[in-house]
Design a protein around this ligand. Structure first.
Ligand SMILES: [Zn+2]
Length: 442
């Protein structure tokens, strides 16, 4: 119902009150002198909110099941480098590290400390870590789940890119040194899935191949998987065409037993398989997580991996029943990406952003998200075991600390600038850190 304004303000007293209300609620372009105090008040509340970490790769450093790909050599942004003094702060906060640097002698203390705690065995090491950080639940985006992660605290998100690589991959592998690292690992995961399905060769036709895929998805879901994850941007453009089934059938028939498709044929086939996986995600209620951001290595193609390439698929009504999670929020295109989250079934995850960006800058990205679609954005740490010193423990810490402070800062500005009340700001904080993501996996 639309209330006519003249009717609403028929009473002169109400009219005056309403005008006063409007004056108070008028947003200002600058924060007021209350900003630091508001920040402190919000931060002390935000520090207490239990977190749902929507994207992480928890693992001990020697666990190769942590990812379906490995990091090729490449340049590392400033904050991820080993001389980042924040890593000393992380080690102090997590393990009471007694030194102020990571000289080889000093860092061996840390390696030893972790080894001692690990010796206790069971799931205590990682569950205690979550407790220390105030994380209630963390996604474990891994090839498989290890017995040292408690499935009640760590929810499995499995990889599905390997289904895009059933043919002879020599041509794809030869493209650059990064692909020489990535593609053999995809082949390995596909062989693993074939072993799981107890088949030692590819099914005879496309129909059989699609049934094999669907079977693995359903089995992984039964074994605790709550979502599927694509890291396709590392291997190919994120624009997916829409080829007819007959075309995919012909390509499968022709190349399944060993010969090599052209790059275009392979891509067409992958377009079809991607859409099958996505549609199955809708049918099985398995949300679809997609890496949408910069990537590691020297050959990651930023423009082909741009999140906006997914727009045709995200806005395709055939996938209206699919829940999409844009991992890493499209960074560095996060300001465009937030408009994709206008779709009711599209969510953004901020992982990686709060590790690569310092809180002072991450705050600005987060603020714009909060001002547009605060109910569609979720926290993730992208915790990963980079090496024995910078483990996933420290990256969890950095993600959590950065996000809590940047969130408090963004919301304090919004309160001080007259955009939202403090109560509303705290509601948004709960949504971002926990509620919105948790609701997707009831
Ligand atoms: Zn990740």
């Amino acid at each position: 119902m639309i209330t006519h304004p003249r009717r609403l303000f028929a009473c002169p007293v109400l009219f005056v009150l309403a005008l006063t209300g409007v004056a108070v609620a008028q947003a200002r372009p600058f924060p007021g002198p209350d900003l630091p105090a508001t920040y402190q008040r919000l931060l002390s509340q935000i520090d207490k909110i239990p977190i749902f970490d929507h994207h992480a790769h928890p693992a001990f450093p020697d666990d190769t099941d942590v990812d379906a790909m490995a990091a090729p050599p490449g340049s590392v942004p400033l904050r991820e480098r080993l001389d980042n003094p924040e890593l000393v702060a992380a080690a102090k906060a997590l393990w009471s590290y007694p030194y102020d640097d990571f000289t080889p002698q000093h860092s061996s203390w840390l390696v030893q400390k972790k080894a001692e705690l690990k010796k206790a065995g069971g799931t205590a090491y990682f569950s205690n870590l979550l407790d220390k950080l105030g994380i209630e639940t963390s996604i474990a985006n891994r090839v498989a789940m290890p017995d040292y992660l408690d499935p009640k605290r760590f929810r499995w998100v499995f990889f599905v890119d390997s289904f895009l690589f059933p043919f002879d991959n020599h041509q794809l592998t030869a493209r650059n040194p990064d692909q020489r690292v990535y593609i053999p690992l995809q082949e390995k995961v596909l062989r693993r899935y074939m072993k799981q399905a107890q088949v030692n060769q590819l099914p005879a036709d496309l129909d059989g191949y699609l049934r094999f895929i669907s079977r693995i998805l359903a089995e992984n879901q039964k074994n605790g998987g709550i979502a599927m994850k694509f890291e396709a941007a590392y291997f190919r453009p994120l624009h997916f065409g829409d080829p007819p089934r007959s075309q995919a059938e012909a390509i499968y028939r022709r190349y399944r037993s060993g010969s090599q498709p052209s790059v275009d044929e392979y891509r067409t086939f992958q377009d079809f398989i991607f859409r099958h996986l996505v549609a199955e995600g809708g049918r099985l209620h398995l949300p679809v997580h997609i890496h949408t951001a910069v990537g590691i290595g020297d050959y990651f193609n930023l423009s082909e991996g741009n999140i906006m390439n997914l727009e045709n698929v995200l806005r395709d009504p055939r996938y209206a029943n699919v829940t999409w999670v844009m991992i890493h929020g499209g960074y560095p295109y996060e300001r465009q990406a937030i408009w994709l989250a206008a779709m009711k079934n599209v969510y953004l995850d901020s992982s990686l952003m709060e590790i690569d960006l310092y809180p002072a800058e991450f705050k600005n990205s987060l603020k714009q998200w909060l001002e547009l679609f605060p109910d569609k954005i979720t926290f993730g740490s992208d915790s990963f075991p980079y090496n024995e010193v910078l483990g996933c423990e420290e990256s969890y810490w950095m993600g959590v600390r950065s996000a809590r402070s940047a969130l408090a800062a963004a919301l304090a500005e919004m309160v001080s600038e007259g955009e939202v009340s403090e109560a509303k700001a705290l509601e948004m904080a709960h949504a971002y850190l926990h509620d919105t993501a948790a609701r997707l996996y009831k």
